[in-house]
Structures are given as structure tokens and as C-alpha cells.
Design a protein around this ligand. Structure first.
Ligand code: ARG
Length: 598
């Protein structure tokens, strides 16, 4: 345990820790206000810097606005700062920048307070948390999952981890595709071939999806070849929509069988999916008519050629033609849009969402723009409730085209994940020294799945990325394996330390590599908050990668187990330990494991 915490010093009453950036920012802002008592509070624009710890760039613009001499103003600000415990040096540079160096003691004490705060590492909770409903991981019933579903699941899960950590309440919604005219064909086929999907026989996900694929293909073939079957299938759709019991029971079998399959894939993905959060398109069936009525009565939607539609002046489709949103088709049927509009009413008025977040392929962004605008006009979305679609980009193959098999088919997600784990096993086996075969397989799953997730999450969600397994499991570069090894190496050092315990010694002077690592460790909470607010998991990934790099530099430059004194050894072990815990926590927020040994 660290010997010092701010809490023990009585300067901090709660376990949460103010970051050095925030402390420095406050001092500067105060000094700025004192130097210019008549001006509105101004942002000192504090940034991390190579020349000192921080640089403040905000004085120039402020001086200009106040018609003051920037260097004079900067000097006045420096003279107004009195915080020797926090600041070692504040100097005016260039036309009016400030270079700021914090004291070694402030760094170590702040980190000690973080270390004393268990899992939260001193990161505060939001003052006014809201409720975010996240729509993610939404595969379709009776269909194979593909890389697009991978992205939604991985990004959604990471966003959820980060938002939860800030104190936001999150509710998941897996809006699975479990409704539509294709079920007429599937169910009718099952009625005519009842043994094709016997409920008791299926045990695992693989079996489930192969059954579903078989029924899908067979029914499609009859549907395309047999006009009379087509007609019976059409009537079956009507029976389904009107709630016919036998039809619904068969539909339920498709849903159940599909869930067995979904769960098996999510388990492979090392991702927890809760049954009560699987709320598919069909769950809103009972609300559809009411949704349509509300939209029609308020004039938001109008009848056009028998259909109920919403028009937009400013939303245009592909060829620049305005596209309407169809709430109800001329035959009375409701589709994808009516379900999403009903879901908004449910999520806002029943679940109590303050934010609606959708993690859906960018190719559906037009749909969501229209749905959100319709909901806004209807008053279901307003200033208190915001909706956002995190449209993500496409997963590309090595050739830079959308990811397909050589034969041009969609790649099955399970196959892809299995291959990633297999590749990871090769890497783990090569490096493993004292691992049993079981341990190798367990690590391989954590490394392989972590690699797939990290490759996705380290790219800005809106961008496309190449699915390149060789690169993903590489030990060099910006990969999860690199981060996992950094973590495992630290654990091994901590094990080797024997009786020596990690302990902070704020009285010690720090080497540059220790300061660099320490200041970065302190920025964890600020980074998570920023990444969560911007829905940008790649910012957290970049932070963790930099953390591992700074740790490597520290480890090269500063002997830990062979430090000069016992105090220095303890302090360096303390830095090692906090680095490991921060890596572990950060990776966990992204949904990635950090094995203790690799
Ligand atoms: N199931 C859909 C698909 O696979 C995605 C659903 C997205 N969510 C929503 N609320 N529309 O494309």
C-alpha cells in the first residue's frame, strides 16, 4: 500500500482525485481573472507539452481581446500564482505562452491518492448522470451474423463500459431483426415440413445456425419455384400479423433457435448479453397503430397514395431526390421505421432515457435522420432527450473492398473469431515458457478476441478499417497483444519483487521518464470522460497504447528491482503497479482481458 494519500493529509474528503491538469487549470484561471478583473472568465487553454509538463496558450487571444500586451499580461499572471506545493516553475515564453512544470511531490501524491482508491483509481462520478439507452448488437433472426454485427457489438459494448464508469446509467437494447415478410415463407415451410426444426434436438449455437440456414435455403427454393407456395406464404404473413396462435408459436421457434446461436457467438466474443435487453423489432408491434395515429393526428405524417408518410424538405436520398419516411404501407402493414419510432416512444417515456444512442452501420444513417426528425416534430425528442447514431464504417478485406470470402460470400463471424483465436494460439505458444496446453488455449481466446476488438476500437468508429489478422495479433505496434504483454510483464516484475512492496514516496525526486509516465497515469479519468462524452473509444485505446509506450521507456531508463535505494525501488514498484491497474481497468472498459501471465 502507498504510504501517502491526499485523503490522509486531510486535503481531500472523498476518494475521487482531482487531476493535475484540472488543478493547474484552476490556478491559472484564477490568476487570469485576478490579472483582468473586468474581463469575463477566460480559458487558459492548457495542453500537455514537450517543453515543460504543460503549456498555456490562452493568454495571447485574451490579451488581444483586452487590447493588452500579451507578454505583460502573462508576466502578471505568473506573479499572481502562488502554489509552491503544486507548481515548480511557471515561465513566460515566446509572445505570451506559459510553460508550466509541476512538482515531483504533487505528481507522486496525486498518484498515491489514485492508488488508494481501488478500482476507480480516483476517477470521480458524473455530477448529473442521465440514462443512455444504447441500441447495439442487433443481429437478425434466422440469419448468419457477419462483420457488421461485430462492429456494432464491440463498439456498443465499449461505449457502455466507458459510460458506466463515468456514472451514467446505461440500458442496452438489442433491436434484433425478428419481424418482416420473410417469416411468412419460413413459417409456411415449417408447417409443411414440421420435422425440419424440431425444438428439442438443438443443443449448441453451431447446430442452431446450421438448422436455420437449412430451413432458410430450402424455403427460399420452394418460394422461388412454386407460385402456390408463394401465395400460401403471403397469407401466412397476414396470419402472423393478426396474431394467429399457431403461426406465432412457430415464429417463436425461429426466434428461440436464433437466440441459442446469438448467445454462442456473444460468448465467443466474451461479451455479456442479457435476455431482458434483447428487445427486437417485434416487441413494439402493439405500439405501431398508436404511433401511426399520433403522427397522423398531429399532422407530422400525411396520407399519400394510401400510405402514411412523413415528408422532409432538407433530407435527400442518393440522387438528391427527397425521400419520404413510410410509417405505414398502403396495405396497412408496418415496417422498420414504425418499429423504430415506437421504440423511441418506449425508450423515452417508459425507460426514461435522456440520451438515445444507436450503434448502427453508417449506411442506415439516412433512415435514422428521418426517424429522429419525425420524433422531434412529434415532440418525443426535445432538448431534454437527444438521439445520436454512431454510424460506423465498413470492415474491409486485405484488398480494400468490403470483407468477403474468396468466393464473394459474406464471412461468417464465428469462423473469423475462431481463426483469430487460432492465430493467437500460435503467438502465445511461441512466447509461452511455463504454460500448460489448457492455459495456452485460455490465453489464446483472450488474446485473439482482444485483438479483434482492439483493431476495431482503435480506429475512429466512422472510418472503415481492414480486417488483417496478421497485423491484429502482432506483438509490435498498436495492438491489444502489445498492451497485454506490457501488463503481463509488469505482473511478473511485481511477483519477482518478493518482499518489496509498491509504496509511494513523495519526497523522492523523479527522473524524466517517471514524470512522463506519472503525468500520463494521472490523465486516465480525464481521458475516459472525454472518450465517453464524444463516443470515441479510440481515444481511450490511444491513451492505453501511449501508456504502454511510456511504461516501456520508464522501464528502459529506470531500474526497478535494482534501484539505488529501497525507497526508490518501492516508488518504482508503485508506478509499475498503478500502470498495471490502469491498463487493466482501461482494457476492461473496452471489453478486453488482461491475462496475468502470457
Ligand atoms: N438488425 C438491423 C441490421 O442487422 C440493425 C438494427 C439497428 N437498430 C435499430 N434500432 N434499427 O441491420
Amino acid at each position: 500500500m502507498p504510504t501517502h494519500t491526499l485523503e490522509e493529509n486531510g486535503t481531500h474528503s472523498m476518494a475521487s482525485v482531482q487531476s493535475l491538469t484540472t488543478s493547474v487549470h484552476q490556478r491559472l484561471a484564477d490568476a487570469l481573472s485576478a490579472a483582468l478583473p473586468d474581463a469575463a472568465p477566460a480559458d487558459p487553454l492548457l495542453r500537455r507539452s514537450d517543453r515543460a509538463d504543460f503549456q498555456a496558450n490562452g493568454i495571447l487571444a485574451l490579451a488581444k481581446k483586452q487590447k493588452a500586451n500579451p507578454r505583460e499580461l502573462a508576466t502578471k499572471v505568473v506573479e499572481g500564482i502562488d502554489a509552491p506545493e503544486l507548481l515548480k516553475d511557471v515561465e513566460v515564453s515566446g509572445p505570451g505562452f506559459l510553460n508550466i512544470t509541476v512538482t515531483d511531490r504533487a505528481i507522486t501524491e496525486t498518484l498515491a491518492a489514485r492508488a488508494a482508491d481501488g478500482d476507480r483509481l480516483g476517477v470521480p462520478l458524473k455530477d448529473a448522470p442521465g440514462t443512455t439507452v444504447i441500441d447495439y448488437a442487433q443481429p437478425n433472426v434466422a440469419k448468419e451474423m457477419h462483420v457488421g454485427h461485430l462492429r456494432s457489438a464491440v463498439i456498443g459494448d465499449a461505449l457502455r463500459g466507458m459510460l458506466d464508469f463515468t456514472g451514467e446509467k446505461t440500458v442496452g437494447r438489442h433491436h434484433i431483426g425478428d419481424w418482416g415478410t420473410q417469416f411468412g415463407m419460413l413459417i409456411q415451410y415449417l408447417i409443411e415440413n414440421p420435422d425440419e426444426l424440431a425444438p428439442e434436438t438443438d443443443t449448441d449455437g453451431e447446430q442452431a445456425i446450421s438448422n436455420l440456414n437449412r430451413v432458410y435455403k430450402a424455403s427460399r427454393a420452394v418460394f422461388d419455384a412454386d407460385e402456390e407456395f408463394k401465395e400460401r406464404a403471403r397469407r401466412r404473413v397476414v396470419a402472423l400479423q393478426s396474431g394467429d396462435e399457431e403461426t406465432l408459436a412457430l415464429w417463436q421457434r425461429f426466434v428461440d433457435e436464433s437466440k441459442v446461436y446469438f448467445y454462442s457467438v456473444f460468448e465467443k466474443l466474451d461479451m455479456e448479453i442479457r435476455d431482458e435487453e434483447i428487445v427486437g423489432e417485434s416487441a413494439y408491434n402493439d405500439m405501431m397503430a398508436e404511433t401511426a395515429r399520433l403522427l397522423e393526428e398531429s399532422g407530422v405524417a400525411v396520407r399519400s397514395e394510401g400510405a402514411l408518410v412523413v415528408f422532409f424538405d432538407d433530407i435527400k436520398g442518393k440522387d438528391d431526390k427527397p425521400v419520404p419516411l413510410i410509417v405505414q404501407k398502403a396495405d396497412g402493414g408496418f415496417g422498420y421505421a414504425a418499429s423504430d419510432l415506437s421504440a423511441i416512444r418506449n425508450r423515452v417515456f417508459e425507460v426514461g432515457a435522456t440520451t438515445l444512442l444507436y450503434v448502427v452501420d453508417v449506411r442506415q444513417s439516412l433512415h435514422f435522420r428521418m426517424v429522429f426528425e419525425t420524433a422531434r416534430r412529434a415532440g418525443w425528442l426535445n432538448d431534454d432527450v437527444t438521439a445520436h447514431n454512431m454510424g460506423y464504417g465498413t470492415v474491409l478485406g486485405a484488398d480494400g473492398k468490403p470483407f468477403k470470402t474468396r468466393a464473394g460470400e459474406t464471412v461468417r463471424l464465428e469462423d473469423l473469431l475462431d481463426e483469430a483465436v487460432q492465430r493467437a494460439a500460435e503467438v502465445v505458444r511461441e512466447k509461452a515458457q511455463d504454460l500448460t496446453e489448457d492455459e495456452i488455449q485460455e490465453r489464446a481466446a483472450q488474446v485473439g478476441i482482444g485483438a479483434v476488438k482492439y483493431a476495431d476500437l482503435s480506429t475512429s468508429p466512422s472510418r472503415d478499417y481492414k480486417f488483417d489478422l496478421d497485423q491484429m495479433v502482432s506483438l509490435n505496434g498498436d495492438t491489444s497483444v502489445y498492451l497485454q504483454y506490457a501488463y503481463a510483464r509488469i505482473q511478473s516484475i511485481l511477483r519477482k519483487a518478493g518482499d518489496a512492496r509498491p509504496a509511494a514516496h513523495p519526497e523522492l525526486a523523479l527522473a524524466p521518464a517517471e514524470r512522463g509516465l506519472g503525468l500520463h497515469l494521472d490523465a486516465f479519468g480525464d481521458t475516459v470522460f472525454e472518450a465517453a462524452a464524444e463516443y470515441a473509444p479510440h481515444k481511450l485505446a490511444a491513451y492505453l497504447y501511449q501508456l504502454a509506450s511510456l511504461y516501456t521507456t520508464f522501464y528502459d531508463k529506470c531500474p526497478v528491482l535494482k534501484a539505488d535505494t529501497e525507497e526508490q525501488k518501492e516508488n518504482r514498484l508503485f508506478l509499475c503497479d498503478l500502470t498495471a491497474r490502469t491498463l487493466h481497468r482501461g482494457m476492461a472498459l473496452l471489453g478486453i482481458r488482461t491475462p496475468e501471465r502470457l
